[in-house]
Design a protein around this ligand. Structure first.
Ligand code: DSN
Length: 451
């Protein structure tokens, strides 16, 4: 198929959708407009370049191709084999890794595969507690990770930093088979080498889940775990600006012997993804990953990553100056955690009030939170999307002022209910729209913004 045939297909698809299914088309259009006209400060989100989205919607998604390149269980895979090999090569180059598996459907699947590859049901896993900023798949009983395995949780010290002494103590006490580092809501640098030294004391495997900070890692703005951890996982849609999906990479331990049999750790992982957890991979998504990995290897991406971190730091400073307590007094990455409970709000109220005015944030549990996960005392802010729109530290001060304007006007009437002055709402909505127009959604991440 020639490039022009592919382009014709994409155009025909949109036209057919608009004519034959106007209800669905209108919904898709509405969400695009919503994204265009709101300030997205969701730390676990970013923007996919239109070229990434084009890969996703390509007919490559029609191909059934169980197995790996050169070893499929179906015919017709010569081209998709090349696509998957390209994605693997790009992932290995990007992360300076020896091994990459680009097939995981998500970060969660990637973690499942790693855990089940070397653990047995009931084995102990030591991971960061949810209320400390950890992820569901790091040993929480709300997921497979704390039910198939025995999850033990570590937390934060009084300054809100990872309590490495507790990690070491719990490691000696529980002798976990695996330690998981990496977080969903942690604004500071993670010391992967220190985690590995602790894991080595009891011969535990170390899994680094860098879903949130993968962009900073590949840009050299956060230490890389590739050779420190036995396994590194990430989702590809957060800070890599790619499609929904997951990735597993390994460094120096890729060829280490696996616990049972005569396989290496990476060979065990191949099996853990296919056939253990997944059937046919999403080849269109793998193409989109290949595209995102290529973009993440460019100097432009490094500049974007630099802006993400600078923006977060400016946002933290501005929030703090406006009287909103920022956990750990700042940030090293793209995450700013705000304790809204200190100002008589809950995370649920802060999230809803901001959304009414066009600012999209998410409630998040914070250290010593007195509320549950549906209410929470905190809000997690992230700068991936704003930085991609071209906003810099100056605009972060504007964003902080807008949040302050809304949150200061929100009056709690319960833990999830509130009143908001309609004038403040209108004024903030208009200011948000104006900021969004000045910094339009970039269809091309590193190209010209298309309004
Ligand atoms: N892990 C969730 C988050 O951090 O928001 C979603 O990917």
């Amino acid at each position: 198929m020639s490039t022009s045939a592919l382009r014709a297909l994409a155009d025909a698809g949109l036209r057919a959708l608009e004519t034959d299914d106007p209800a669905l088309f209108a919904l898709l259009e509405a969400d695009h407009v919503r994204q265009r006209d709101t300030l997205a400060m969701i730390a676990s989100a970013s923007l996919a370049d239109v070229s990434v989205s084009a890969c996703e919607s390509s007919p490559t998604g029609n191909v059934t191709a169980e197995g790996y390149p050169g070893r499929r269980y179906h015919a017709g895979c010569a081209v998709v084999d090349e696509i998957e090999r390209l994605a693997i090569d790009r992932a290995r180059t990007l992360f300076r890794a020896r091994y990459a598996n680009v097939q995981p459907h998500s970060g969660t699947t990637a973690n499942q595969a790693v855990m089940t590859s070397v653990l047995r049901p009931g084995d102990t896993v030591l991971g960061m507690r949810l209320d400390a900023g950890g992820h569901l798949t790091h040993g929480s009983t709300a997921s497979f990770s704390g039910t198939y395995f025995h999850g033990v949780g570590y937390g934060l010290d009084d300054s809100g930093l990872i309590d490495y002494e507790e990690v070491a103590r719990l490691t000696l006490e529980h002798r976990p088979r695996m330690i998981i580092c990496g977080a969903s809501a942690y604004p500071r640098t993670i010391d992967f080498q220190r985690f590995r030294a602790i894991a080595d004391q009891v011969d535990a495997y170390l899994l680094a889940d860098i879903s949130h900070i993968a962009g900073l890692v590949v840009a050299g703005l956060h230490p890389s775990p590739i050779d420190a951890a036995h396994f590194t996982t990430t989702s590809t849609y957060k800070q890599l600006y790619g499609p929904r999906g997951g990735l597993i990479v390994m460094g120096r331990d890729a060829d280490a012997p696996a616990p049972r049999g005569d396989r290496t750790l990476s060979e065990l992982l191949q099996h853990a993804i296919f056939p253990y957890f997944q059937g046919t991979p999403r080849l269109n998504t793998i193409a989109a990953k290949a595209r995102a990995f290529a973009m993440a290897a460019t100097p432009d991406f490094r500049e974007l990553a630099r802006r993400i971190a600078a923006d977060a730091s400016a946002l933290a400073t501005a929030m703090s100056r406006l009287g909103w307590p920022v956990l750990t007094d700042g940030t090293d990455n793209h995450i700013v955690l705000v304790d809204v409970s200190a100002r008589q709000l809950t995370g649920a109220i802060a999230e809803q009030a901001a959304e009414r005015c066009g600012i999209v944030v998410n409630r998040n549990k914070i250290h010593h939170d007195k509320y549950g996960p549906r209410v929470t005392g905190g809000v997690r802010l992230g700068t991936n999307t704003l930085a991609a729109r071209g906003m810099g530290p100056e605009q972060m001060t504007e964003c902080a002022q807008l949040l302050d304007q809304v949150w200061s006007a929100a009056v709690a009437t319960g833990t999830t209910t509130f009143d908001l002055d309609p004038d403040v709402r209108t004024e903030t909505e208009q200011a948000v729209l104006s900021l969004c127009k000045r910094y339009p959604l970039p269809h091309l991440l590193f190209g010209t913004a298309v309004a």
